[in-house]
Design a protein around this ligand. Sequence first.
Ligand code: PLP
Length: 474
Amino acid sequence: MTHHQRTDLALLRETAELAIDYLTELAERPVGRPIEPDALRAALGGDLPDRGEDSERVVARLARDADPGLVATAGPRYFGFVIGGSLPVTVATEWLAAAWDQNAGNYPASPAASVLEEVAGSWLRTLFGLPATASVGFVTGGTMANFTGLAAARHGVLHAVGYDVEAHGLFDAPPVNVIVGREAHTTIFVALRMLGLGSERVTQVPADGQGRMRADALRRALEASTGPTIVCAQAGNVNTGAFDPLREIAAATAERGAWLHVDGAFGLWAAASPTLRHHLDGVEMAQSWATDAHKWLNVPYDCGIVFVADPVAHRAAMTVTAAYLVRGAGEAYQAYDYVPESSRRARGLSVYVALRSLGRSGLAQLVDRCCTLARRIARRLEAAPGVTILNDVVLNQVLVRFAAPGDDDRGADERTAAVIAAIQSDGTCWAGGTIWRGRGAMRISVSNWSTTEEDIDRSAEAILRCAELLGVPV
Ligand SMILES: *Cc1c(COP(=O)(O)O)cnc(C)c1O
């Protein structure tokens, strides 16, 4: 063994130790204390060095200097956004995948990665109850899963009227109607923007008090539209966790011959649970679906997944051709047919190991446990007179509002914002803010595999302690 190889091995072992130390202390570190960018710039910035530095020192310094800016999103008391942690088996697999350095863009570059993504994709199709013929792509996240599903939709609805959008672009295309729920996730609009469909040209269908698209209003919007049409529904509202009425939406969309895309970034995982599955009734009737493994499956970033019922439309929208990309015999899975990227990391691997290690029952338990814990924190907080839960807690999302006696709506908005700031500085847990139907709220998302009842109780106590100091009766 050369001297170089020996120091490389030491570097890898020491880095693994640093990572293990972090994970060991994760549950007890402050979850995410505010820090100014200048503090981090002072520690991490400076000029690009002329001469390289010793690798072990570089990594050790990085671990030390980045630490105050790390947020314990992997830990059990991070309730911000809808984030999820990383199952240890997936962290270990990502280490291995990085060491393997496979390019999962096409079969010849990594036969193993291609087959693993093919297998993981078929497991997920079964788990979600999607058509057995649906094609699958592993993309960077929900945004790109929506983008890819909507690109297939754009192909599908224009191909149906004899227009080849991939060849000719949208310049001379028949107009495409896009109909979305008023509560569509903001990244749907990003995807539409990137696809030339415009983020503001869409028809927005009103939602009900929980944020569900109103199927009667969708019917009217569909009746008012002519020509190629794409409808975007949502499984899992980022504020309330609510699901659009998919069966009714799918029926109305099918009658009109339109394309239905479902954004199920976290909500699609409810399919894993026999007790929650009913929320997704009719989901299989859509033409494309987007979800995120880095949310509720608890795999590392970045890992979104897109499914398209018609693989021909999916491939037409995404495929690449080049003289050096030779299609082998045996119909191997070529990721570049189904995702926007060419070269890409083997992101399907952690999905594969997560599903294999949890099994159907383990995943159902993970999802159910998060929802039970969401109801638990809602109950604990709601018992305080100054606290109101704004949503029906049907999934893993809880919206909390704080008020002191005599607060009007604005007063309660300010009080709620103050409680959110206080809990973030406190560091026991982390929850962010949102606006729900014009009113400020703390948003709690329980999506981490490692959260326990004790974490929930400790967090509820910390939130109520902060609220009480700010004049909220608890
Ligand atoms: C998180 C989320 C997205 C975006 O996913 P990213 O992985 O952050 O790109 C889209 N839709 C919904 C409903 C989400 O919750």
